[in-house]
Design a protein around this ligand. Structure first.
Ligand SMILES: [Zn+2]
Length: 116
């Protein structure tokens, strides 16, 4: 039986991915810039967001994920970056650009189109 729970640390796969994203990008929501609370229950709680909607990238690889607060993730739903960016309050432009580059590279590599 497959389980989402790590026997050793007691953390879920989602929690481990969130921890990796905080390490990589810092603790702020990529859309509104506020500090995400890991393990919180409020609207500011840290969630995983697919920078390219999951319906398009069909992957949960870290390269297509960013940290977003629950409120932004919930509001965004499956909207594209360009559509949702209009609603972003103070987007973390540098983080967002890096995330988009990373996700595009991931998609190209997966498609066998990456030429360096
Ligand atoms: Zn946010």
């Amino acid at each position: 039986m497959q389980t989402n729970q790590s026997a050793q640390s007691g953390t879920t796969r989602v929690e481990r991915k969130i921890a990796r994203l905080v390490e990589r990008d810092g603790p702020n929501c990529v859309w509104c810039g506020r500090r995400c609370i890991v393990g919180g229950t409020e609207g500011s709680r840290a969630t995983l967001d697919h920078i390219i909607p999951r319906s398009l990238c069909r992957s949960d690889h870290l390269d297509v994920l960013v940290l977003a607060c629950f409120d932004c993730n919930n509001t965004r739903g499956s909207q594209s970056i360009n559509v949702f960016i209009g609603e972003a309050k103070t987007p973390e432009v540098r983080l967002l650009n890096r995330a988009i580059d990373r996700a595009r590279r991931f998609m190209r590599v997966r498609a066998g189109l990456y030429v360096g």
